[in-house]
Design a binder for this molecule. Structure first.
Ligand code: SF4
Ligand code: SF4
Length: 220
């Protein structure tokens, strides 16, 4: 992927590419559920980010860092230097990359964290290990034949009966991400703490990857 080209061959690049493959599969896994489910996030909602900040694994922070360095270099530099000013007036309440004035709200959509890709369109497993799903409280119930629908949790049997399919399971996808870096599996940090370190790490790798000047090269 182009975001890792400047530090290709490093462990960080391999982790990011592994995560990219997991992220790439999520849309496909959610597609059948999105088609079958009458619950769709309303355009421009973003309420899930208002009072929420992701706790991330290092691999997620590295992915977002590489994406920001490639696409939002000045913002990445500001974050690294501790000079970043969040677009939101209340950054203590939630994700600092959320912009309430932007109609899409997430200012790093292409690099966003795992949980940000799972909201709304993934389920979880109950104590019996079977899939279940609960609609987000902000998902609107209007606009479809929702007379028989309700907000409480749906069992696997109910999901199959009503919609003919189940959403992908959050825990299954999370396991794939944990397997990328088993040693880092227990070290989650709030995004605002993990991201500056990740940006620093990637920028250091990029600086190492430049070819050193050749002292024997003919003068220009
Ligand atoms: S998951 Fe819920 S809060 Fe988030 S965008 Fe969808 S409807 Fe809105
Ligand atoms: S990274 Fe984007 S989607 Fe994730 S919490 Fe922040 S604003 Fe929301």
């Amino acid at each position: 992927m182009k975001e890792t080209q400047r530090f290709a061959g490093t462990r960080a690049a391999a982790l990011i590419e592994g995560l990219d493959a997991v992220y790439g599969g999520i849309d496909g896994e959610q597609a059948a559920w999105r088609l079958a489910s009458p619950f769709q996030c309303p355009p421009g909602c973003g309420s899930c980010c208002v009072n929420f900040e992701p706790d991330v694994l290092e691999v997620e922070a590295l992915y977002l860092a590489a994406w920001m360095i490639a696409h939002q270099g000045e913002r990445a530099q500001a974050i690294e230097r501790g000079e970043f000013v969040s677009p939101r007036p209340d950054p203590e309440r939630g994700c600092v990359l959320f912009d309430p004035a932007n109609p899409y709200h997430c200012t790093v959509y292409g690099g966003r964290c795992l949980i940000c890709r799972l909201f709304a369109y993934t389920g979880d497993r109950g104590k019996d290990g079977r899939p279940r799903w609960k609609p987000c409280k902000h998902l609107p119930l209007e606009g479809a034949d929702l007379g028989a629908l309700r907000r409480p949790q749906y069992s696997e049997a109910e999901l199959l009966d009503r919609f003919g399919t189940v959403p992908p399971m959050m825990s299954d996808i999370a396991q794939r991400v944990l397997a990328l870096d088993p040693d880092g599996a227990s070290s989650r940090r709030p995004l605002r703490d993990a991201l500056p370190d990740a940006i620093r790490k990637i920028r250091l790798l990029i600086s190492f990857s430049f070819d050193p000047p050749n002292p024997n090269a003919p003068a220009a």
